[in-house]
Design a protein around this ligand. Structure first.
Ligand code: NOJ
Length: 576
């Protein structure tokens, strides 16, 4: 830790909606989503119950990796509008009390970025931007000879004038920015936190400043653990690199939030992030905790063989999830940070064709009431299906999760006025495939369920991101999962988070303020086909007169009988 981190207060109550900008709403009729389209639908997002956005990269790019190949960090891609449109989005969101995270891609740029073009020149004297003096020879990782290998790292040779090969961070189009090596072995490998690496950090800090000073509320940070090469286990040098950057940016923008694509809060929190995602990982058929919930299958498009906890037929217990989750949650809590669960994202396969809407009600009931800030991927609230499609912009198998939002049954499902052939990706056919208008008409729809769960979350301090989480029932054999959430109490501030040196801003504004500091609720579910039951904790038992907590929200048969709760097949309840 580099000293006390004051967490942005607004995160305690944030409920995020992730937007893949290409596919959300096309306001100018060119077939691709844009920023004015997002602005037009802020009311929809707010009414759904989300109060924060994460927008995938919307910067100038050749789009060989859907914008994760940034050509200019400080210019909005023409397809989405202008920098002024993005500022207008910040303003429109802020007027509604919403916050906006942009996507920061610090580990690599496009091979077309001006820094790379300059650094790739043969003559060192030419390796600067026109009119600017800074030598960009070391902004990326170049070996010192055209025939050199990358010391075990992926590299490209034979493409540029410079007598060297360069290291990649992801696709071939994404050269790695130079944050140095943990243990340099060759002259071309610069030291982590050395002058060349710090110059890259300073350039990335300027990118952050550019958008934060224009109204962005923070960043989701792409591949945040990838910066220092050949880092040791536990990523000590990458952690120190982030600590350096946070030591500069936090004092300037104390309300800015940073969520890492890292997947190991024990590391990312030390690095200084506010939040980390529980990423969906499945290696050689071995699921991580998150994967066990919704995606525990080698054949994600078919129901057969799916061992996911939320599949009614799987017989999987919640234990495998908890065994991994709890340790990581406690890691995040030690630092006063958050460990975030997602319904899906632009890299995961949508689950709508494998799991039923009823299964998803139980699943989202849990995901939206757990600790950390929930992230809802656009379209997941209406059970938008995955569509097998040829790759687009480096999406490959991910492409089918990135199709246009289905708003209604007008042409192009209300996404765009362009001719169908000009759409970014084909829209789901009408009839059978859901849309927002239809889901709104159906009182029993997944959309209304998501809205109801988010409303309960918004109304109860116990369900705040940093609220307490205690397991009540999670048998190894069986399908039951019940937990208690409790407000931390804002008055005790840093003390509530132990001795990690973390302070929490005053999050008391709005409904459910400090007066609710003692608030607590029970969340319980049974995704299976049998019956389950558990005993209520003492505080939740009904008095002789019948007074006590009641069911705030439920799906399926939920019955409080005496001191116990009985959960029928495929049921979920919030009790409080
Ligand atoms: C992770 C992003 O989520 C993914 O979409 C992208 O392709 C890679 N990082 C590379 O930036």
């Amino acid at each position: 830790m580099t000293g006390a981190i004051r967490r942005p207060a607004w995160l305690e109550r944030a409920r995020f909606y992730e937007i893949y900008p290409q596919s959300f709403a096309d306001a100018n009729g060119d077939g691709i989503g844009d920023l004015p389209g997002i602005i037009r639908h802020l009311d929809y997002i707010e009414d759904l119950g989300c109060n924060a956005l994460w927008i995938n990269p919307c910067y100038d790019s050749p789009f060989k990796d859907a914008g994760y190949d940034v050509r200019d960090y400080t210019r909005v891609a023409e397809r989405y509008g202008t920098n002024d449109d993005l500022v207008a989005l910040f303003d429109a969101a802020h007027r509604r009390g919403m916050h906006v995270l942009l996507d920061l891609v610090p580990g690599h740029t496009s091979e077309e970025h001006a820094w790379f073009r300059a650094g790739a020149r043969a003559d060192p004297a030419d390796r600067h931007l026109s009119g600017a003096g800074e030598d960009l020879s070391e902004r990326y990782i170049w070996t010192d000879c055209w025939i050199s290998g990358g010391d075990g790292l992926p590299f490209v040779g034979g493409e540029e004038e410079r007598d060297g090969t360069y290291i990649l961070n992801f696709f071939k189009c994404q050269p790695a920015l130079n944050y140095g090596f943990a243990h340099p072995k060759h002259a071309w490998q610069k030291r982590a936190l050395g002058p060349e690496a710090l110059a890259t950090c300073d350039a990335m800090l300027d990118v952050m400043r550019f958008w934060l000073s224009r109204g962005a509320d923070g960043f989701r940070v792409d591949m945040a653990d990838s910066l220092v090469k050949h880092d040791d286990g536990g990523k000590p040098y990458t952690i120190r690199t982030w600590q350096y950057m946070f030591s500069k940016i936090r004092p300037e923008f104390p309300e800015a939030a940073f969520v890492s694509e890292w997947g190991r809060p024990g590391e990312s929190m030390q690095a200084g992030f506010d939040m980390d995602f529980y990423l969906d990982w499945r290696w050689d058929g071995w699921p991580n905790g998150y994967n066990i919930l919704l995606r525990n299958t080698d054949t994600p498009l078919v129901r057969e063989g799916d061992a996911s906890y939320f599949n009614a037929d799987s017989e999987t217990s919640i234990k495998g999830f908890l065994d991994q989750y709890l340790m990581q949650l406690r890691d995040a809590e030690r630092f006063g940070g958050y460990f975030d669960l997602i319904t899906g994202n632009h890299d995961t396969l949508r689950v709508g064709q494998r799991l039923t809407a009823r299964e998803l009600k139980v699943a989202y009931g849990m995901l939206l009431t757990m600790p950390g800030c929930p992230f809802l991927y656009y379209g997941d609230e209406i059970c938008m299906p995955y569509r097998p499609l040829p790759t687009k912009e480096g999406g490959y198998v991910r492409t089918g999760s990135r199709t246009p939002m289905q708003w209604d049954d007008t042409p192009n499902r209300g996404f765009s006025a362009a001719p169908a052939g000009r759409l970014y990706l084909p829209v789901g056919e009408d009839g059978g495939s859901p849309d927002v208008a239809g889901e709104k008409r159906d009182a029993d729809s997944l959309y209304h369920w998501v809205r109801a769960v988010l409303a309960v979350r918004a109304g109860r301090r116990a369900l705040d991101a940093g609220g307490r989480f205690d397991v009540i029932a999670a048998p190894e054999h069986g399908r039951l999962f019940a937990y208690e959430r409790g407000a931390k109490g804002r008055s005790d501030g840093a003390a509530a988070y132990g001795d990690s040196g973390v302070e929490v801003g005053d999050a008391g504004a709005g409904a459910g303020g400090p007066a609710d500091a003692g608030d607590r609720v029970i969340v319980a579910m049974n995704p299976g086909r049998g019956e389950e039951s558990f005993a209520l904790p003492q505080w939740a038992r009904r008095s002789a007169a019948g007074a006590g907590p009641g069911v705030l929200l439920s799906v399926g048969d939920v019955c409080i009988r005496g001191d116990a709760v009985a959960l029928g097949p495929q049921s979920f309840a919030v009790i409080g």
